[in-house]
Design a protein around this ligand. Structure first.
Ligand SMILES: *[C@@H]1O[C@H](CO)[C@@H](O)[C@H](O)[C@H]1NC(C)=O
Length: 231
């Protein structure tokens, strides 16, 4: 009778332990499934982020590409104007050619400045938006894979099984919320690239207009020498 009682108790405990173990395995499966899904989502966002940055840089390059021919064209017709000016002796024409070359140097610097500031701002945004957060998120997400083992190590699995399940429930809640809110956060980070890109293009456009205006006034200044034969 007594032996039977022990046997039944042992069986019940065994069944109970098996059930408890099943719960832990289920938690483990759930955590790693979520971690994998989240990791895939981060990977997709990472690609999207890269595409976005490449696209903005391509547009930036196009914008700069438009700037150079415009200034070169203005310079070409300016040179023709120097060569065809009437009533100018050789010394004066030579002097004016030198002036043009000197000012051309400044004009090139203007273009370079425009490109430099645009590049710096885009570059800063490329590196400081999205990426640091994605890395943090990724490592936090990876931690969730070993959450069950970690919690098991922290809790007394035999006596405090309920506390262990409670902790895992809490962590499960946390990772699910994290996956959703951080996914949204990262997506917004990517969209914010557009604001910076808009600002950079606008600044670049203004920079280009200013550079063209400056070139125009350089030419007018130099032409004044031609008008009076460098007198
Ligand atoms: C595991 O995920 C399934 C499906 O989402 C859910 O029904 C179940 O309650 C989860 N198990 C645990 C232990 O959280």
């Amino acid at each position: 009778m007594f032996a039977k009682f022990i046997l039944v108790t042992a069986l019940v405990q065994l069944a109970c332990a098996q059930q408890q173990f099943d719960v832990l395995v289920e938690f483990g499966t759930n955590f790693s499934t979520l971690a994998l899904e989240t990791q895939n989502e981060i990977a997709e966002l990472y690609h999207f982020n890269g595409e976005m940055i490449r696209e903005f840089n391509r547009e930036l390059l196009l914008e700069l590409g438009r700037m150079v021919p415009a200034m070169r064209e203005a310079d070409t017709s300016f040179q023709a104007q120097i060569e065809s000016a009437d009533g100018v002796d050789d010394d004066c024409r030579e002097y004016v050619r030198d002036l043009r070359e000197l000012f051309l140097l400044f004009q090139n610097w203007d273009i370079q400045d425009c490109a430099y500031y645009a590049h710096v701002e885009l570059q800063f945004d490329s590196l400081n938006r999205f990426l640091p957060y994605a890395i943090t998120f990724l490592s936090e997400n990876t931690r969730s894979i070993s959450q069950v083992v970690q919690s098991f190590g922290r809790n007394n699995g035999v006596a405090g099984f309920d506390a262990l399940v409670q902790e895992l429930d809490g962590e499960w809640e946390y990772y699910q919320t994290l996956a959703v809110s951080f996914g949204d956060f990262l997506f917004d980070e990517i969209l914010l690239h557009a604001d910076v890109a808009d600002r950079v293009y606008l600044a670049l456009y203004e920079c280009r207009e200013t550079a063209l205006d400056l070139q125009q006034s350089d030419h007018e200044y130099i032409l004044e020498y031609l008008d009076v034969n460098c007198a």
